[in-house]
Design a protein around this ligand. Structure first.
Ligand code: ZN
Ligand code: ZN
Length: 250
């Protein structure tokens, strides 16, 4: 079920030493998620995950996590953690990480209010956007958003900010070999991230990472997004905030 994620995380760990720690942890989490398989009970899934999955996520993080994250585990409150996360209560970064890594295997309740730019299934915020590979090189693929809370993906306007709905004031940031460039630079095969860029909005000052599968058909958006930390740091310097931090907190 997570075969593509596992292969891609292994590839990117070699390609991007800066992301090796994060991807090693991701691979350990994939093992936890795979070990759960079809065991999640249809009723009481939350309590079950709290008792059976959360401890495995903690163990995987203790063994494989970047030291600051592993050390912060001791400060995380664990009682009722998943309920608190579902209710959008304020959590520390390490608590949010534990809840998200555990909830990955738990189906979320459906939402009743559809909000533009939000996940039509659970109401969550978009984690990333990606463009599907297109057969016609002159037509770029349609844009998809992927939910940060559940694994749902949905089609969304390529010219609209998913956070505030602004259609005009968007900026695209792509890192090219010659250094950071703002704007739609031509494809640079030697760029560190030829297929990753930040799509930001000048109205709300938020952004998300966009993955272009046309430039790297092997990319797995939710894995590649984790490797974009240098772009995230650049965007923070420019005063932009990601619409929602990823699983690892970037
Ligand atoms: Zn969702
Ligand atoms: Zn916006």
């Amino acid at each position: 079920m997570y075969a593509r994620e596992r292969v891609r995380a292994g590839e990117l760990r070699e390609r991007y030493p800066h992301a090796a720690e994060v991807l090693a942890l991701y691979l350990a989490l994939v093992e936890v998620w795979e070990s759960v398989g079809d065991d999640v009970p249809p009723d009481g899934a939350l309590d079950w995950a709290q008792a059976n999955v959360l401890p495995r996520v903690v163990a995987a993080t203790t063994s494989n996590g970047p030291p600051p994250l592993a050390e912060a585990l001791g400060t995380a409150g664990r009682d009722g953690l998943l309920d608190a996360w579902l209710a959008d209560e304020e959590l520390t970064p390490v608590e949010r990480y534990l809840a998200r890594a555990t909830m990955r295997v738990v189906p979320l309740p459906a939402t009743r209010n559809a909000v533009s730019g939000r996940c039509p299934t659970c109401g969550g915020q978009p984690q990333l956007s990606y463009r599907a590979d297109s057969d016609d090189p002159l037509v770029s693929g349609r844009r998809m958003l992927r939910c940060a809370r559940c694994a749902n993906e949905w089609n969304f306007s390529a010219t609209t900010c998913p956070n505030c709905g602004e259609t005009g004031k968007r900026t695209v940031y792509a890192e090219a070999r010659a250094g950071p460039q703002v704007g739609r630079a031509p494809a640079d095969e030697d760029a560190l991230f030829p297929h990753l860029r930040a799509e930001s909005c000048q109205s709300c000052r938020r952004y998300l990472i966009d993955i272009d599968l046309g430039r790297d058909p092997r990319a797995v958006p939710q894995v590649d997004e984790l490797a974009a930390v240098p772009i995230d740091l650049h965007m923070a310097d420019e005063g932009y905030t990601k619409i929602t931090p990823n699983l690892m907190g970037f």
